[in-house]
Write a new protein. Structure first.
Lengths: 103, 635
């Protein structure tokens, strides 16, 4: 997993899997990188071959965390695989997070 | 034929190829054993995916299976208390269908009746929903030693020979449909529940290959499961006791969790799979790896494999259906379980239908008997009043229900003397009516002994005291002796409403001699008050149902209004029956659409001069069935 900070934006990528098994690691790494002036978080899921409900839970957890911070940070989910997309639809996460394709 | 693989990342593998006993299809199977550890779950799921890929399962299905297995195993780990026990995963694959099983050795959990997504703020709780959404058939079976989550899906494959499979499937399904149609046609028939369940279960036997069944129905007080029907005469079945509230409709997961916390699965006084199915409201299975405990009432049937399905309709428990096979190993297949569920639903509908029909019949019988009772009570009121020189009488009585506790009576004592009674038994309906009938007879008998109102009440009180105090009832009454020759009215009162008297000048007097209600003291004295009738115009005896009648605004009719009405009527030269009819009209128009909440009775004595207009018949004004005052609310 790689986390790059570009000013106000935090970019997460190369996440092979996001599931119950590694969501703890994911949350810890993100919390550590969340500097106070970060207002945008982009999570690139193009390399994320596996995503389960534990991973969905981690995203919900992240969202609650930044809501508590209170400086209206936006989280975007980028380039999810079709199976991840399907999971987001089933769990209605597509109503909670903006999901985008980018090049 | 099988191959056992190495133990990698906590996962042990064995594969086998062969054919399933059912329907003779070729299938491949994979068995995995894994530690209760999230990393092992990932490895196992990957291995299962690779296995399925080798069998030619398409990519989209592979992803689904991997996800579903991960969710199911993660769930099993969540409930594991002893981490030493491994989780088993079975993956089996036939030409167009695959089945995944996750077997754990935990206490298990309660699969909710309706699986829903949690709130978007919840981090947990989506796994079951995903499994249910992605797989076609999902059954969670709890057993004595292990729990099995069985998930099935149809997978159309490229290049597979589906036609023979389809026709095999069709012929099987058509048998099922035929049986279901048979059931459906019998629903709603007046057949007793035993007959219906017998034929339904015969069909079930054909379709699912069961050898025996036990149907239990929940008792009406919800405390026991009573054996209703069984195929096996060998079994000695006694009712199974259940904790209170088990059958109830407000059955929630919270209640269940609390109950599970209190009684462990192995610590119950009776280890009965039927009881467990009722308590947990989920299917409980028993089979070779998860057998019945020795003190289970079903243990005597010699079955190796079986399932208990709780019969539930709209969240209340109706009973349990236990089915079993004497041969064959392994639990029922998902399609058999599905058939069992559908048939149980039919059974549930028919159980409810037959109960509703029974209630309907009983209610109509009761209504019929109450109608007879009403006619009897009506006939006990005097049909005609004795004619007294110079006086006219009229009476009215209306019960709030079909029968009531109010009544009035008029007894001739001699040519020119008459005893008048108005009484009110505390309460309404059948119990009050029974006491009213007894009182009427007692008064009539006692009147042959004494016509003095005070003495009469004293004697009646003594005679009825024990019966009344035994059920904490009491009766109020007004008794008056009208002496037409001596022109005197003697009155005694047992806790009853006052008697209103109006004279020729329009002056009202309220008569209220001392005396407590009947049934309070074993020996009681009743004061007698006598008034001369020289200037008498009219007297009104009534029960409190009259002054307590309410209109739509909640206002009471009240004593003042009654007094004013009486004075108005007394002024005009009207007969007792005319005045009586007028009061009935007054009360009924006052009430409007509001039905009386208590029995209403009154009796009028009038100074009367016989004229051709007044035909001299003192009428009893019956309760008019068409008037709005009549109330026929069932008891």
């Amino acid at each position: 997993m790689r986390i790059i900070r570009e000013g106000k934006k935090l970019r997460v990528s190369d996440l092979g899997e996001l599931g119950a098994g590694n969501c703890g690691v994911f949350q810890d790494a993100l919390t550590a990188s969340l500097a106070p002036n970060v207002t945008e978080i982009d999570i690139d899921l193009s390399k994320t071959g596996f995503l389960d409900c534990g991973g969905v839970g981690a995203l919900v957890s992240l969202r609650k965390l930044i809501q508590r911070r209170g400086n209206s940070t936006a989280i975007r989910l980028l380039n999810p695989t079709s199976s991840a997309q399907k999971l987001f639809q089933l769990t209605r996460m597509d109503r909670l997070f903006p999901i985008e394709e980018s090049c | 034929m099988g191959a056992i693989g190495p133990n990698i990342n906590g996962v042990t593998t064995s594969q086998s190829f062969g054919s399933t006993a059912e329907r003779g299809k070729a299938c491949a199977a994979l068995r995995l054993k894994l530690e209760c550890d999230l990393a092992a779950v990932r490895s196992a799921a990957k291995e299962a995916r690779e296995f399925l890929a080798r069998q030619g399962v398409p990519e989209s299905e592979l992803l689904t299976c991997e996800l579903v297995l991960v969710e199911a195993c993660n769930n099993a780990i969540l409930y594991a208390t002893e981490r030493e026990q491994k989780i088993l995963v079975h993956v089996s694959c036939e030409e167009d269908e695959l089945e995944l099983q996750v077997i754990d050795h935990t206490k298990g959990f309660d699969w909710p009746g309706v699986v829903e997504l949690p709130s978007p703020q919840d981090e947990h709780g989506r796994g079951l929903f995903i499994i249910q959404s992605l797989m076609e058939e999902v059954h969670y079976l709890r057993g004595s030693r292990e729990n099995r989550l069985v998930m099935k899906k149809r997978t159309p494959r490229e290049g597979s020979r589906t036609l023979p499979n389809v026709s095999r499937e069709l012929s099987f399904r058509s048998e099922e449909i035929e049986a279901l149609l048979r059931c459906a046609s019998q629903i709603g028939s007046t057949q007793a529940i035993t007959g219906f369940s017998q034929s339904l279960l015969k069909d079930l036997q054909l379709i699912t290959g069961v050898d025996w069944f036990v149907l239990r129905l929940l008792s009406s007080d919800g405390s026991r499961l009573i054996p209703a029907n069984t195929s096996s005469q060998r079994l000695k079945l006694r009712p199974i006791a259940l904790p209170p509230g088990t059958g109830g409709q407000d059955f929630t997961t919270a209640t269940l969790q609390k109950r599970n916390g209190v009684s462990s699965r192995f610590g119950n006084s009776i280890n009965s799979v039927e009881r467990q199915a009722a308590l947990w409201r989920s299917d409980v299975a028993f089979y070779e790896q998860s057998p019945l405990s020795s003190d289970d009432p079903l243990a005597g049937c010699g079955a190796k494999t079986g399932l208990v399905h709780p019969i539930v309709m709209r969240n209340s428990l109706l009973g349990t259906l236990a089915l079993g096979r004497n041969q064959g190993n392994g639990p029922f297949t998902p399609s058999q379980i599905e058939a069992i569920r559908i048939f149980s639903d039919f059974l549930a509908i028919q159980i409810i239908n037959s109960r509703l029909q029974q209630e309907h019949i009983e209610s109509r019988l009761l209504g019929h008997e109450l109608e007879i009772a009403r006619k009897i009570q009506e006939s006990l009121l005097p049909k005609a009043f004795p004619s007294l020189p110079g006086f006219g009488l009229a009476g009215f009585s209306l019960s709030a229900r079909q029968v009531g506790g109010d009544f009035y009576d008029v007894l001739p004592v001699s040519e020119d003397r008459v005893l008048v009674v108005v009484a009110d038994v505390m309460g309404k309906g059948v119990p009050a009516a029974l006491f009213a009938a007894t009182l009427r007879t007692l008064i009539r008998t006692t009147a042959e002994w004494t016509a003095r109102p005070g003495e009469l009440l004293g004697r009646v009180n003594r005679l009825m005291f024990h019966e009344l105090s035994g059920v904490d009832m009491f009766i109020t009454a007004s008794v008056a002796l009208l002496d037409a020759r001596r022109k005197k009215l003697w009155l005694a009162n047992a806790g009853h409403c006052q008697v209103l008297v109006v004279d020729k000048m329009g002056q009202t007097t309220e008569l209220n001699p001392d005396g407590m209600p009947l049934g309070i003291m074993p020996e009681a004295a009743f004061e007698e008050e006598g008034i001369p009738l020289d200037d008498f115009r009219c007297a009104l005896f009534y029960t409190d149902g009259v002054i307590e009648s309410r209109n739509a605004q909640g206002v009471f009719f009240g004593e003042e209004q009654l007094k004013a009405w009486l004075v108005r009527n007394a002024r005009q030269r009207r007969s007792a029956s005319q005045i009586s009819r007028d009061l009935v009209t007054q009360i009924s128009s006052f009430q409007g659409a509001v039905p009386p909440s208590d029995d209403q009775t009154f009796l009028i004595i009038c100074e009367e001069v016989r004229s051709p207009l007044n035909d001299g018949a003192n009428e009893n004004v019956p309760a008019a069935p068409n008037s709005p005052a009549t109330c026929t609310t069932p008891v």
